[in-house]
Design a protein around this ligand. Structure first.
Ligand SMILES: Cc1ncc(COP(=O)(O)O)c(C=O)c1O
Length: 396
């Protein structure tokens, strides 16, 4: 994680005078991960009250947090402003009106506008956000122009613009087009309204390797992205702080999940290896047909066996929660063996649920020294049941 943050900073700092990373905490909101990111110089991107409170609990001051969300409640906006949030990214006119009438706006808090640049990110539909037909942000054009005028007229501390076009992007064309579009818009706002952009947030989205993908290196990616906005900004006489907001590319490959095999059986010619997890701890295979690389770890050291027959690795939930279709695993996989799933650091534990009333698993952090520390203990059944209320007259 640390190496990847540093790679972003190193690649960006030589290209532009003021750069910053804001870690998208939705990717993995474990408090220890937030603390590592903050120690490496990242701000924290939070998208809800819960994510903001998590960052505060990890010791990160609100002034180093940037709040997102496409339907922030009045209470969330109030909390963020009371805490002295560094940046709040307005998604729509309702939010702007809540901000304009908010009782407290601390001097360090600034507003950004989320813009929809209308580019096709060419990724899974469920993680596409920057296209013209999207629920996120103000479309670049008359609507975004009206949002800027609204901020100016109501005295909101507008500092700049943001866009995030999608996630797990292996072809960076969309980010480059999106970044160029918001830079161009910033230049137009200077020309038309004398508004001087101080912050331009280019979002996250860089893809990672799950199986055989070949994502761009962080270095090449930053060179391409910053290279795209630089001439536009220079020509327009703007020198904002350039922010990137990666999540997946900082944490995905740092994470791994260990499952224990419970049973092995063959059904209509397919071998099933069933593990003690699945949909509840990683919904990505079910949501997006996500694929992963697996490693088989025998419970006790034994001689390597031949590759086995066509294998489906299934979870234990009451759905066909196939974690991995067509897995290649040895012939002698047995109950008690471990299956290690690679690249589960992003959007797995943060998307986990209690489906079937399984408590969520524990997380350990492997330190640079090799020391292993528990940073999230296993959830208990009691914690799950704690928020339930059975009306008196229904109690048997
Ligand atoms: C506003 C915003 N910023 C950043 C990210 C992080 O994206 P990624 O994890 O692909 O880098 C997301 C992901 O959904 C997002 O919605």
């Amino acid at each position: 994680m640390r190496a990847r943050v540093r790679a972003y900073y190193e690649a960006s700092a030589v290209l532009w005078p003021r750069v910053r990373l804001s870690y998208a905490s939705k990717a993995n909101g474990t408090l220890a991960v937030l603390a590592v990111m903050s120690a490496e110089g990242c701000w924290i991107d939070v998208a809800s009250e819960g994510e903001l409170r998590a960052a505060l609990s990890a010791g990160i001051p609100a002034e180093r947090c940037c709040m997102h969300g496409n339907n922030k409640s009045a209470a969330e906006i109030e909390l963020a402003l009371d805490e002295g949030i560094g940046e709040i990214v307005a998604d729509n006119f309702e939010e702007l009106s809540l901000l304009a009438t908010a009782p407290s706006f601390q001097p360090n808090s600034r507003v950004l506008l989320r813009l929809a640049p209308g580019v096709d990110p060419k990724t899974h539909d469920k993680i596409s956000t920057g296209q013209a037909e999207t629920k996120f942000g103000f479309p670049i054009g008359d609507t975004a122009d009206a949002a800027v005028r609204y901020c100016i007229n109501s005295g909101l501390p507008l500092a700049g613009f943001h866009c995030h076009v999608g996630s797990q992007l292996l072809d960076p064309t969309a980010q480059v087009e999106g970044a160029r579009a918001i830079a161009q818009f910033a230049v137009e706002m200077k020309r038309d309204h004398g508004f001087e952009t101080q912050v331009l947030n280019l979002g996250g989205g860089l893809g990672v390797r799950y199986t055989d993908e070949e994502p761009m290196s962080i270095q090449d990616y930053c060179t391409m992205l910053i290279g795209a906005v630089k001439p536009v900004l220079r020509e327009g006489g703007l020198e904002p702080e350039l922010v990137q907001e990666p999540g997946r590319s900082l944490v995905a490959e740092a994470g791994t999940t260990l499952y224990t095999v419970g049973t092995v059986k063959t059904m209509a010619g397919t071998r099933y290896v069933v593990v003690d997890g699945g949909l509840g701890d990683n919904p990505r295979p079910a949501l997006y047909g996500a694929k992963y690389a697996l490693v088989h770890i025998p419970a006790e050291p034994r001689d390597a066996s031949e590759p086995g027959p066509r294998t489906t690795v299934a979870g234990r939930h009451c759905e066909t929660d196939t974690l991995f279709p067509q897995a290649i695993l040895p012939a002698d996989v047995q109950p008690g063996d471990l299956i290690q799933v690679l690249t589960t650091g992003a959007y797995a534990s943060s998307m986990a649920s209690n489906y079937n009333r399984y408590p969520r698993p524990a997380t350990v952090l492997i330190r640079e020294s090799g020391r292993v520390e528990l940073v999230q203990r296993r959830e208990t059944i009691e914690e799950m049941l704690d928020r339930e209320i059975v009306p008196e007259d229904l109690l048997v």
